[in-house]
Design a protein around this ligand. Structure first.
Ligand code: KE4
Length: 428
């Protein structure tokens, strides 16, 4: 069934840690061995053994237009014919910066980098420089890339100082990160009382994607905005996943917010490496060479990645794009709920537009603790039953799945049928 994947994996584990270049690809969350992919086209992936899958990972979010969209591939090819990198400014990166600032009114200045990790790491540095403070606030289950300050779990009892979430993160640095539950208003208020005017930044996924999909509850982001404004804490919306996903203008457009800084990634690179961080001119003009806060990157604003991003955003501006994504998401959600009910499978679907998570939980999932109570083992079995039926969900209960504009209504119906069989298979 997947002999070539198996052989490649046996080679890979001898050459790369865990045989992968990013942990979640190793399928540790769902059991079994990872599938090696050979090509993507539209909504489909084909693995090295020739098996075809309807893809709901979509490279973890960037491929909102699906795989190998011809116009995007042509844009990359045209850019490549003129050279791959100059280490100098180009017109294209000015165009991408202009489109980001136009689409995100809270961003007056933006810096392009190469990943979401670089974007969040740099945004935190700007916030710490601006406020002269060192402590930061993050939320349990939110992932903002692997910079040391952000690989921190809640210390014993919430609203206390953090503990390293990975070996190699200095305790002294982890202790500067306070971690509290998402959607927990009471703890939020307590935290801003306990650390009054000491927090340089609060960084949040406005729709959490990295605990699985968890939307903000009414009033939570409003209160976070109020408290950060009152205490001069820089509010950073990490929209690496939600940017251009839940609306063209991201969660800040969907929920009508104005954060102080925003980080972006994924979709703005159209599948090539691009991250970005931005905010007001006064905040961002601290960044070198305009100001003293240092941040740099050999391939930042890379012509190929920028060409892919510009074409992706251009195609996303076509009318009806987000209405189509919403309709496909709503149909898939309803179909999965019905299929689960018919098989008496206890699930809940958490969805915002075209990003969603199917939790094996009978109760709604509103924070990371609830997500961890979901039955990840059953999710793993469901994942593999779907995979064997030609549907590729994210290989972890704690990840969001993504629909693209390349998915058709027929693809959604095919997915619902495969899920119904998978739920019955689980019940057997
Ligand atoms: P990257 O450094 O992986 O480009 O971006 C880090 C990041 C920052 N902020 C948010 C909200 C993110 O979701 C991410 C990365 N997301 C994961 C998927 N949940 C990337 C997949 C992976 O780690 O392989």
């Amino acid at each position: 069934m997947r002999e070539k994947s198996k052989k490649l994996y046996e080679r890979a584990v001898k050459l790369m840690p865990g045989g992968v270049n990013s942990p979640v690809r190793a399928f540790r969350g769902v059991g079994g061995e990872p599938v090696f992919m050979a090509r993507g086209s539209g909504a489909r992936l084909t693995d090295v053994d020739g098996n075809e899958y309807l893809d709901y990972v979509m490279s973890w979010g960037p491929l909102i237009l699906g795989h190998a969209r011809p116009a995007v591939v042509e844009a990359i090819a045209r850019a490549a014919e003129k050279g791959t990198s100059f280490g100098a400014s180009t017109e294209a990166e000015v165009e991408l910066a202009a489109e980001i600032c136009r689409a995100y009114p809270s961003i007056e200045r933006v810096r392009l980098v190469n990943s979401g990790t670089e974007a969040t790491m740099s945004a935190l540095r700007v916030a710490r420089a601006w406020t002269g403070r060192e402590k930061i606030l993050k939320f349990e289950g939110c992932y903002h890339g692997h910079a040391d300050s952000l690989l921190v779990k809640a210390g014993s009892g919430v609203a206390t100082l953090g503990l390293p979430d990975s070996p190699g993160v200095p305790r002294a640095l982890a202790e500067l990160t306070v971690t509290i539950p998402f959607n927990d208003l009471k703890t939020l208020q307590e935290t801003f009382r306990l650390h009054r005017k000491q927090l340089a930044a609060a960084i949040v996924e406005p729709v959490v994607g990295n605990s699985g999909c968890i939307p903000p509850q009414a009033g939570f982001l409003d209160r976070l905005r109020e408290l950060t404004a009152e205490q001069g804490t820089v509010l950073i919306f990490d929209e690496v996943m939600t940017g251009f996903r839940v609306a063209y203008g991201g969660a800040q457009e969907r929920y009508r917010f104005r954060p102080d800084m925003t980080t972006l990634g994924k979709i703005i690179g159209g599948g090539l490496p691009v991250g970005a961080y931005g905010g007001s001119a006064k905040l961002m003009d601290q960044v070198a060479p305009a100001g003293p806060v240092y941040q740099a990157g050999t391939l930042s604003g890379n012509p190929l990645a920028v060409a892919a991003g510009l074409m992706t955003l251009e195609l996303l501006r076509q009318s009806g794009t987000y209405e189509k994504l919403e309709a496909l998401g709503a149909r898939l959600e309803a179909g999965l709920v019905e299929a689960a009910r018919a098989a008496s499978a206890p699930i809940t679907i958490s969805r915002v537009g075209s990003m969603f998570t199917l939790f094996f939980s009978a109760k709604p999932v509103t924070d990371y603790a609830a997500a961890k109570r979901a039955d990840a083992t059953r999710f793993g079995k469901f994942f593999r039953a779907l995979l064997d039926r030609g549907v590729y969900f994210p290989p972890s209960q704690f990840e969001a799945a993504f629909i693209s504009t390349a998915h058709t209504e027929a693809d959604i119906e095919q997915t619902i049928r495969a899920a119904a069989e998978a739920f019955r298979h689980l019940a057997d």
